[in-house]
Design a protein around this ligand. Structure first.
Ligand SMILES: *[C@@H]1O[C@H](CO)[C@@H](O)[C@H](O)[C@H]1NC(C)=O
Length: 255
């Protein structure tokens, strides 16, 4: 196990703060990693905003297991003690905490109007996507692309051109989760979402084509959802958007 999961330690540092979809508890220390939210009306050419982009780092990302291997390993909170033994992590290690948080998140029931699924392999992720999008259309994948190499994670970006709206009658969004092997938390909502590709220019010259999703109905979201606090808006306000880091992606039908 040792070498295969060695990078898990480094990953943890990045991932324990990464839950951009609403798991950060306090904004008092203004964690930069929550600076991914904006509102629909901010999407205008020339507008500038501070954005945090977690970078994809293939050397620290956990690997996908082949489907048969992944399905031979239990993936449930009740199995955590056995899993910790299997991966040789002590009960109070940060790795154990991360695994517990991921399993807990995966086992939390979806909110009303949402379908969620934690995929332990690419195959099971695709099966889920097909069950949502259907077999009648091909599936297109969108992810944020960095066109420049730089180590800057947080800076001001200007919207360089009119954002492109991606037609997305149905959409599955997948987020990587901290775990000793690759886990994708994928979900879809019955409520209306808008998907955009946004050309951004960073203050340092970085160029990014960022994928953003705007949620047109947030009425089922928890009132203390981090986005409401970051944006300083009333809970439940429609048109809450967020950028995706490069290691997340969305799947939509190809028209
Ligand atoms: C972004 O711009 C604002 C306004 O000009 C400035 O106050 C802020 O410090 C800048 N943020 C970063 C991360 O450079």
């Amino acid at each position: 196990m040792g070498m295969k999961y060695a990078s898990f330690n480094i990953l943890l540092l990045l991932l324990l703060v990464m839950y951009a979809d609403g798991r950060v508890d306090s904004l008092s220390h203004m964690d930069q990693s929550v600076m991914v939210f904006f509102t629909l009306k901010d999407l205008e050419v020339g507008n500038s905003m501070s954005i945090y982009f977690r970078k994809k780092d293939s050397s620290t990302s956990p690997r996908f297991l082949p489907r048969d291997e992944a399905e031979a390993i239990p993936f449930s909170l009740t199995e955590l003690p056995n899993l910790l033994r299997f991966f040789s992590f002590s009960e109070d290690s940060p790795q154990a905490k991360a695994m517990e948080a991921t399993l807990r998140e995966c086992e939390t029931p979806a909110i009303k109007g949402e379908i969620k699924f934690c995929a332990t392999s690419i195959g099971s992720m695709l099966d889920f996507a097909i069950s949502i999008i259907g077999l009648n259309s091909d599936i297109k994948i969108f992810a944020t692309e960095h066109h420049t190499k730089s180590s800057t994670l947080f800076q001001n970006y200007t919207i360089l051109k009119e954002p492109d709206e991606v037609l997305a009658s149905r959409m599955v969004a997948c987020h990587t989760m901290p775990y000793p092997y690759a886990i994708l938390y994928c979900h879809t909502q019955e409520t209306e979402n808008k998907v955009f590709k946004v050309s951004l220019g960073g203050d340092n010259g970085d160029r990014v084509t960022a994928v953003a999703v705007c949620h047109m109905d947030t009425s089922q979201w928890k009132h203390d959802h981090v986005s409401f606090r970051v944006l300083g808006i009333e809970p439940g306000m429609p048109g809450v958007c967020h950028f995706f880091p490069a290691d997340n992606f969305i799947l939509v039908p190809e028209y």
